[in-house]
Design a protein around this ligand. Sequence first.
Ligand code: XBP
Ligand code: MG
Length: 254
Amino acid sequence: MKKLQAVIFDVDGTLAETERDGHRVAFNRAFEEAGLDWYWDEHCYGQLLSVTGGKERIDYYLSTMATDFQCDDIPDLIKTLHASKTRHYVSLLAQGKIGLRTGVARLIQQCRSAGLRLAIATTTTPENVTALITSTLGEAALTWFECIAAGDIVQTKKPAPDIYTYCLQQMALEANACLAFEDSGNGLESACGAGIPTVVTVNQYTQQDDFSRAVVVLDHLGDEGQPCQVLSGLPVTGEYVTINDLNQWHHTCV
Ligand code: XBP
Ligand code: MG
């Protein structure tokens, strides 16, 4: 039987609810700063989230919702807007505007205490990962993650498996020695495409996604006094997810 050796976390929507009040707000501030009358409200942003990657999302918006927009150099505009958006997003995080989801800090610490190797596999930029981890767990926590696979480090973003495959390669790990934590259908497809058994914690934007390939789907990881709920898949032993559950789930599916 293959032993669980590592846990790989997605970032946006999994470690923290960063999309509605973080990335979306940062995009709108970048558009305003550029003198554009674009505004992504919560509903519109939910539709745009079907495309991963901020630059790719702006391009998708232009090709589907702002088709009349004219510009001599669209790629340069997208690059400039995204750099501005990242600055605004990092600033929001530095102000402590976004915290970790229920149970995330606890489970990360329990993984560390149990000797499990930790990694991150995300579509967002490395700067954004650094800003989120630093603002929620402290700068030293960055060293807890052996590999932070982020953004443009791979050619093709989620739902392609590339970012997870890259992470496995960097850590010289086999997929069946790991568990991945995701929040979205795109993320689940990416992790499963790399052969990694995956746990999903849903959020407001991903509740309707297809999670049929997940080992277990939860509302959140739970904490003392904040019981989690299994939406589908394998059971949780107690009121919140512990290392025992990770080992049990891993044992059941590899
Ligand atoms: C979610 C994404 C990211 C963010 C925006 O990433 O798709 O693109 O929405 O961040 P995750 P950027 O894989 O962590 O769920 O603008 O930096 O792409
Ligand atoms: Mg995500």
